[in-house]
Design a protein around this ligand. Structure first.
Ligand code: SER
Length: 593
């Protein structure tokens, strides 16, 4: 059974049994206490709490998810940072008995897992919450042998909540016996010998855990289930690992092709690169850009990690382009955002890789120097991270090669310190507006600098609009940085501009300045702004009501400001430099006088 057939089989089965099929939600959850969507239930969280579901009481989905807590495990047979989750859910429609019957029927009859390989776990109870005797009984009545059913505690058979608070409850899980070979007398589900793999988690949402950590009984109980799609594919396709299923094999084969190396000789590298590039594609497609905080940092880490492992295979700098093509082929029918945003995906990867490769060489030299000096501490790892963008684990691995060990504690301490510093940086306010994604990075010292960067900021909008008028609408902003001296604007475009084009752009901006057009700020719902043609950089983090700056009918952009009141205040605009920072990204530096 291939991946498309399995998705369809799952959704068809539950649709036939009275569930509404709901599309996967974005990887960026509505709940701002969470970085990424990590489970199918997240988009339904409110319906467990009483809000009526527009989809009815019973729903099912195939949800794309990102989990990075196990990032160090990626490369083994089962762990991934991007994966899909098959799930059926009920908000007061049905409960334990039906949920277990559906899971049993689907697993044993629809996809015909051999009964003797199917093991069950359930919640055995603790001081606060009693044993789930009902689940055990239901499984037994369905014919699961008692010796295949095991009770576990809070760590294994209790789920949630996601985020600071929310619905949660005891679970029952299906585990699959991959090998039929116990490692010892006590070998059972949850044993880490590799015999068992957990495939389906069925959560009985009976409680609401509040911020104080109290469990309150929910008014209506709910069902939340999650089945690991890639793990199930591995079993159904008779493979040894998720990387050999049809959602990975074409990527692995492409990597063999472009590296002239064999997967079996470089398993770790092949797996990490495939997983990380795939996860990056999906994260970018949902509107995240690399940065030093939160989601952007996760993305940056995934990209940089894949580049580092690509170096072990001596891959070309643009190795990700053919890999992304393959990823697009695998997924675009199921997740059209991958096709729709494909150019953005390539451009963001290209830009990040340009940046990282540039500093990697310098950083490696610096690393060697520090080693020669003889002393290496957590501080140095931080210095390499901050100055050269070296992920901590890169430094740790480089040190290992030199037989130098540095404790995890030291790393952690420096990392925590760093996180605080960068958070504080991100929260720094400017002109009453937080630094928002899509707004340029602005650094200022005093009032006169604020005036200068405000003029440069409006000039940036004029430049963006002029580039699109002269070069076409495929020009898109990819980054912006303003200091008191100059503006710097990165945009997607596949060749250098001719001197004539540069002149035309400059003239058009100056003409708009001369026309003395008022710069108008309005607030409106995000959807309305987009409908009116306002340029939005990337959609992540835009609130429901957005601020839009218009310059006549020449320019309209979602932006946090600040801007001048009339274009006349900008002064004379001059492009001082054009650079190519990647095959698809160009950079312009300009000043105003
Ligand atoms: N929320 C549960 C999980 O993620 C079941 O979907 O495992």
């Amino acid at each position: 059974m291939n991946s498309s057939e399995l998705r369809k089989k799952f959704l068809d089965y539950f649709e036939k049994n009275g569930h509404t099929v709901v599309p996967s939600s974005s990887l960026i959850p509505k709940d701002s206490s969470l970085l990424f969507t990590t489970a199918g239930m997240q988009q339904f969280k409110e319906y467990y709490l009483g809000k009526p579901s527009p989809f009815g009481e019973n729903v099912c989905s195939v949800q794309k998810c990102i989990r990075t807590t196990d990032i160090d495990e990626v490369g083994d047979n089962t762990h991934l940072t991007f994966f899909e989750m098959l799930g059926n859910f009920s908000f007061g429609g049905y409960f334990k008995e039906e949920a277990i019957k559906y899971a049993h029927d689907f697993a044993l009859n629809e996809i015909s897992l051999p009964k003797e390989r199917v093991y069950i776990t359930y919640f055995k109870g603790d001081d606060e919450i009693p044993e789930d005797v009902d689940s055990k009984k239901i499984w037994q009545e369905l014919g699961i042998a008692e010796e295949n059913i095991f009770g576990f505690g809070r760590d294994d058979n209790f789920w949630g909540p996601t985020g600071d608070e929310g619905p949660c409850g005891p679970t029952t899980e299906i585990h699959y016996d991959l090998t039929g070979m116990p490692c010892g007398e006590n070998c059972a589900p949850n044993c880490d010998c590799g015999r068992f793999v957990e495939i389906w988690n069925i959560v009985f949402n009976e409680f609401y855990k509040n911020k104080e950590g109290k469990f309150l009984k929910l008014e209506r109980s709910g069902i939340d289930t999650g089945m690991g799609f890639e793990r199930l594919l591995t079993i159904l396709q008779n493979k040894n690992s998720v990387y050999e299923t049809d959602v990975f094999l074409p990527i692995i084969e492409k990597l063999e092709d472009i590296s002239n190396l064999k997967y079996n000789d470089f398993i770790k590298e092949f797996r990490i690169i495939s997983d990380h590039i795939k996860a990056s594609c999906f994260i970018i497609a949902d509107g995240v850009l690399p940065s030093n905080v939160d989601r952007g940092y996760v993305l940056r880490r995934l990209i940089r990690r894949s580049i580092r492992f690509a170096r072990n295979l001596k891959l070309e700098k643009n190795f990700f382009v053919p890999i992304c093509e393959v990823i697009k082929n695998i997924y675009e029918k199921v997740y059209p955002e991958i096709g729709r945003n494909f150019n953005d995906i390539l451009t963001v990867l290209e830009k990040e890789s340009y940046k990282f490769n540039k500093t990697l060489e310098k950083g490696l030299k610096e690393f060697e120097k520090l080693i020669l000096k003889g002393e290496f501490t957590g501080k140095h790892t931080f210095y390499l991270y901050e100055t050269f963008g070296f992920p901590f684990e890169l430094t740790r691995e480089l040190l290992k090669e030199k037989n130098i060990n540095i404790s995890d504690e030291e790393f952690k301490k420096e990392f925590e310190k760093h996180k605080e510093i960068s958070r504080a940086g991100a929260e720094k306010k400017f002109g009453g507006h937080g630094l928002k994604l899509g707004s340029p990075e602005i650094r200022v010292k005093d009032e006169s600098e604020i005036q200068k960067v405000t003029r440069l900021h409006t000039a940036t909008h004029l430049l963006h609009a002029a580039l699109r008028k002269i070069l076409g609408e495929k020009v898109r902003q990819m980054g912006s940085d303003i200091t008191a001296e100059r503006l710097r604007f990165d945009f997607s475009f596949d060749r250098k501009l001719t001197p004539e084009e540069i002149k035309k752009v400059e003239d058009l901006v100056n003409q708009k300045i001369k026309e003395g057009i008022d710069v108008i700020r309005e607030e409106m719902p995000y959807e309305k702004a987009i409908k009116q043609g306002a340029l939005a950089f990337f959609k992540e983090k835009y609130p429901d009501i957005v601020s839009v700056y218009s310059i006549g009918d020449f320019s309209k952009e979602l932006c946090g400001g600040p801007h001048v009141k009339n274009t006349k205040e900008v002064g004379k605009f001059k492009i001082i430099k054009q650079e190519s920072i990647g095959a698809n990204i160009k950079r312009i530096k300009a000043v105003v006088e």
